[in-house]
Design a protein around this ligand. Structure first.
Ligand SMILES: [Zn+2]
Length: 220
């Protein structure tokens, strides 16, 4: 059975970095909705004008728009395992995902909640960069002297970063995503992970959680 995971956590909690690591290790597809939306803007896609002002003020895209963007991606990965980063971000999006999977006899295997205090997140925001070529994003210290570790292009600050944007997104997270985390806790499908340590330590911790998940799956 392919593993289907959702990553939940406040902005800058390391969802992108950890999500890609999990995907590589487990052989899963990885989707960052943030990168998907920024790509839509750059390619002047059909919903670019609708989402541009929302993203410009650091807000989140409306649920129905988000689901419209997600549907084709899910459809093209129907038989694959995946890690979703940035979706579902609200209870309504989680309802959509649950229905979509249920219609295919599938479900989310686990939600991973990355936990980092707000003060630590603010520091990370100030050090974060992204590659304009391949969409890699991470901390400045992870670059190769300012160059993307994946493709070598010059990585720069992310367009949606900044203290004000962060605080607005953090509030949105607390309001809309915390209830989603609680849902997965009630379904006993939540993995809470302390994500304050360095990237390698957090990745190892997550790998152990995910290993125990798949060994349970085999026993069942
Ligand atoms: Zn790159």
């Amino acid at each position: 059975m392919p593993l289907r995971l959702v990553l939940l956590g406040p902005p800058a909690s390391g969802k992108g970095t950890q999500g890609r690591r999990i995907a590589e290790r487990e052989g899963l597809a990885y989707l960052s909705t943030g990168a998907l939306l920024r790509e839509e803007l750059e390619n002047e896609g059909p919903i670019a004008e609708e989402i541009r002002p929302v993203l410009a003020r650091g807000g989140y895209v409306a649920d129905d728009t988000m689901c419209r963007i997600m549907e084709p991606w899910l459809a093209s990965h129907e038989s694959a395992g995946w890690v979703l980063d940035g979706f579902p971000r609200t209870a309504a999006q989680d309802d959509f995902l649950g229905r979509w999977l249920d219609e295919r006899g599938q479900s989310v295997d686990a939600a991973v909640a990355l936990e980092v205090p707000q003060s630590e997140l603010l520091g990370r925001i100030e050090r974060r960069v992204e590659c304009p070529q391949c969409r890699w994003s991470g901390q400045k210290s992870e670059t190769d002297g300012g160059h993307c570790p994946k493709c070598g292009a010059v990585a720069g600050p992310r367009a949606d970063d900044g203290r004000e944007n962060f605080l607005r997104r953090f509030d949105e997270f607390a309001l809309h995503a915390l209830p989603v985390i609680e849902r997965y806790a009630r379904r006993e499908k939540l993995i809470r992970c302390d994500a304050t340590d360095d990237i390698g330590t957090v990745a190892d911790r997550l790998a152990r959680y995910i290993d125990s998940l798949s060994s349970h799956g085999q026993e069942a």
